[in-house]
Design a protein around this ligand. Structure first.
Ligand SMILES: Cc1cc2nc3c(=O)[nH]c(=O)nc-3n(C[C@H](O)[C@H](O)[C@H](O)COP(=O)(O)OP(=O)(O)OC[C@H]3O[C@@H](n4cnc5c(N)ncnc54)[C@H](O)[C@@H]3O)c2cc1C
Length: 460
């Protein structure tokens, strides 16, 4: 098996394929771990960890904590050079760990750019020079995506930035304009706000996080504004230019937003160009994503694809699952097709938004019938102790069977809390089964059990 791209879609597949006895080669251009480890997921979450840590100082007073011997304006501060160097070090260490793990199970890792040159052939332009051709029974493409760049706002890596360039900054931006209020834009806007920057978030839609649960997005937008972020809704950015020591972002209606730096988070494009895919019979969508079925097959028999380049659901966990499924299918192992209803996803703002299964939009647009309960965290005793003011638990249950079919948690570390709802969704547990599972008292999970209890079907 030859795998092109060593991100979660690629390296997780390689591990499983080696375990199943295949001879595996991974060809990767930028370092195993992929964008997930080196520029996107891991670095952004590490940056957010620092921002969260700083935010905790802000609320110390409300928990009765003072700082001895300090004057009034004393505050914690991030040293961005140290923060960024820690992040890059831990990303590199993670990539090295993955490389070692791959090599320990006998996977051959090749540094280079791969392209398909036949139904069973991949040619790599090696980083060290020269080319090399590999033959394979099965090829897996997991080349990921790159940040979308507007012709009118070309990143310069200094003031106009993509999310992959922010870790080179030597000092905190004085005023960061974040363009795009999807998950990446919202997470990074909030992170820099927590690090102490003035932040303006430019959102083309009515509210931030347009693809997410509307109640959750409203909580987050209110938190953003309360903490001092300027959120410009219904404001589509058209261009950005450098001016003196700063940047000017022009909006479609002619308004101008002035700041010191601009970060564009306006989507991604698949890395599928010039890879010999169409010549090999692989169907692409108009956006350039690879068309796959639920077992990761493309339209070419020997070629599979996994991860963001398929456009199925851009999450590291989904990329890895698609890759594992591809390997199992190709090597004749037991296969369960990809089930997106069981995917737990999280937005790492503060509070976090975690979701699984059917959503409020699915219910409102008639894709599923569901009973819904929303429980604010303000009544949870543990939340009170921890001074948590924002957040809720929402559960969806199927009428009749009373099985849990979805949930939303808005809370600090919602990413840890969603697992119990994920278990219920994946295993079709009933609301009563969830409600009768002991939770610790006092705990945030108590609200999940309580929400399930409120969905207990009443006798009629
Ligand atoms: C800012 C940000 C934060 C995110 N945070 C999270 C998160 O918290 N949780 C989560 O689940 N997901 C997160 N994601 C999404 C996650 O990063 C992606 O879903 C994941 O990286 C997809 O994995 P992949 O294997 O498809 O591609 P990638 O991780 O992009 O890896 C692809 C690899 O292929 C290599 N490559 C490309 N073309 C070639 C070629 N021709 N030859 C050889 N190698 C090639 C690249 O160099 C790269 O190493 C985040 C995304 C962004 C942008």
């Amino acid at each position: 098996m030859v795998i092109i791209g060593g991100g979660p879609g690629g390296y997780e597949s390689a591990l499983v394929a080696a375990q199943l006895g295949a001879e595996v080669t991974v060809i990767d251009r930028d370092g195993v771990g992929g964008a997930a480890v080196l520029t996107d997921c891991v670095p952004s979450k590490a940056l957010i960890a620092t921002a969260d840590f700083l935010s905790r100082f802000e609320s110390a007073g409300r928990l009765g904590v003072g700082f001895e011997g300090t004057d009034d304006d004393q505050h914690a501060e991030a040293n961005l050079v140290q923060v960024n160097s820690r992040i890059m070090d831990l990303a590199a260490a993670q990539s090295r760990d993955i490389q070692a793990q791959l090599e320990s199970v006998g996977v051959r890792v090749v540094r280079g750019t791969g392209r398909i040159t036949g139904a069973h052939e991949v040619t790599a332009d090696l980083v060290d020079g020269g080319t090399r051709t590999f033959t394979a029974d099965t090829i897996l493409v997991s080349t990921g995506t790159s940040p979308r760049v507007l012709d009118t706002a070309v990143p310069d890596g200094e003031r106009i930035l993509t999310w992959q360039q922010i870790y080179d900054l030597k000092a905190l931006p004085e005023h960061l304009i974040v363009v795009g209020s999807g998950v990446t834009g919202a997470e990074l806007a909030h992170a820099y706000l927590g690090l102490g920057c003035e932040v303006t978030l430019v959102s083309s839609r009515d509210r931030v996080l347009p693809g997410e649960d509307a109640d959750a997005a409203t909580v987050i937008e209110n938190v953003f504004r309360r903490r001092g972020m300027k959120v410009l809704n219904r404001s589509r950015a058209q261009a950005a230019r450098r001016e003196g020591d700063g940047v000017v972002v022009t909006l479609e209606d002619g308004r101008e937003v002035h700041g010191s730096h601009a970060l564009f988070a306006v989507g991604s494009i698949p890395r599928t160009k010039d890879m010999g895919l169409e010549e090999a019979g692989v169907e692409l969508t108009p956006s350039g994503h690879i068309v796959v079925d639920r077992v990761s097959r493309t339209s070419a028999q020997s070629i599979y694809a996994a991860g963001d380049c398929t456009g199925v659901l851009p999450l590291a966990s989904v990329a890895a699952m698609q890759g594992r499924i591809a390997v199992a299918h190709a090597l004749g192992d037991a296969v369960a097709p990809l089930n997106l209803r069981g995917v737990c996803a999280n937005i790492f703002t503060d509070p976090e938004i975690a979701t699984v299964g059917y959503s409020q939009t699915d219910v409102e647009e008639g894709r599923v019938e569901a009973q819904v309960v929303t429980l604010p965290l303000s009544t949870n005793p543990r939340a009170k102790m921890r001074n948590i003011r924002d957040g809720f638990v929402k559960l969806f249950a199927r009428p009749g069977s009373n099985t849990v079919i979805g949930g939303v948690v808005v809370a600090p570390q919602a990413s840890e809390l969603i697992y119990s709802i994920g278990l219920a969704v994946q295993n079709q547990l009933t609301v009563d089964q969830l409600a009768s599972t002991f939770s610790v008292y006092p705990s945030m999970t108590g609200s999940i059990a309580e929400a399930a209890r409120r969905l207990h079907p009443l006798e009629v």
